[in-house]
Design a protein around this ligand. Structure first.
Ligand code: ADP
Length: 244
């Protein structure tokens, strides 16, 4: 990339970040001003509602700043991942135990292949990736629908698939959702909070582990995110050393 293009990308990034930070800050300032100016004119219920919005918008800011820190770490190539050869079924079962407590709104189904070969991954990062994808599956699908996690393999690869029965993703958006700050304009996206950084972080992290992520349709309704990793035994010796 030329120096001019880097400058351009950088200033685009700064302007998007400023916009994303300003939106919740404006809302926090606005509701705090209203509370201060109202003296006793507001009912207890109204006060509670406005304080609730201030809290929600502050949470949005914290999430955004945390995500930005992760993005900046990702771009710093010094970040070391700790690779281990594991069968991901066990990690997935642990994640599911956490998720079931956090999201009582959906039914979680596991379909694990018990002959699954091992893969070389950083298990903490894998856990973050899975939590992010499961959280999205919850956010973008109606309550009381199924979310299924399936593990499969072929002669060289291991696949981890997350199926939901939600709003789905159109073909023209299947690449776009992995870009920085991309949020699709759907009624559910407008209703839910998010920075549009989650899937960007997921994709970058999966690729750092030499894997890849794609999304396809779940029939008859919803999406299926597919993680693909090479089986540990097929990683070349030099790759193993690099990751060892
Ligand atoms: P966000 O913080 O907005 O959830 P993400 O980067 O995680 O950001 O996702 C980007 C966009 O992709 C979301 O805003 C949403 O429009 C869409 N999306 C992500 N996961 C799903 C899903 N499981 N089903 C439908 N749409 C999804």
């Amino acid at each position: 990339m030329s120096e001019e293009n880097i400058e351009k990308k950088y200033s685009e990034f700064i302007s998007t970040v400023s916009h994303e930070l300003r939106t919740p800050l404006t809302s926090i300032m606005g509701f705090a001003d209203t509370l201060l100016a109202a003296d006793d004119k507001l009912s207890e219920e109204q006060k509670k509602k406005f304080l609730g919005i201030i809290k929600e918008q502050s949470k949005r800011l914290i999430n955004m700043v945390e995500n930005l820190l992760v993005v900046s770490k990702l771009q710093n190539s010094d970040e070391k991942l700790v690779f281990k050869s594991v069968c991901v079924n066990e990690t997935i079962k642990k994640i599911l135990n956490l998720v079931k407590i956090q999201f009582k709104s959906h039914y979680f189904i596991l379909d694990l292949n018990y002959n699954l070969p091992e893969i070389l991954i950083d298990t903490d990062k894998f856990q973050q990736i899975m939590l992010n994808l499961i959280e999205n599956a919850v956010k973008y699908s109606p309550q009381e629908t199924n979310i299924m996690i399936k593990t499969e393999f072929d002669d060289k690869n291991v696949f981890v698939k997350i199926f939901d029965e939600g709003i789905g993703i159109s073909d023209e958006n299947k690449q776009k959702i992995f870009e920085k700050f991309s949020r699709l304009d759907t009624p559910l996206t407008r209703k839910t909070q998010g920075s549009g950084l989650g899937l960007y972080i997921v994709k970058q992290t999966v690729e750092k582990m030499d894997g890849n992520i794609t999304v396809c349709d779940n029939k008859p309704k919803g999406s299926c995110f597919v993680l693909t990793f090479k089986q540990a035994q097929y990683q070349s010796q030099s790759e193993k050393k690099l990751r060892g």
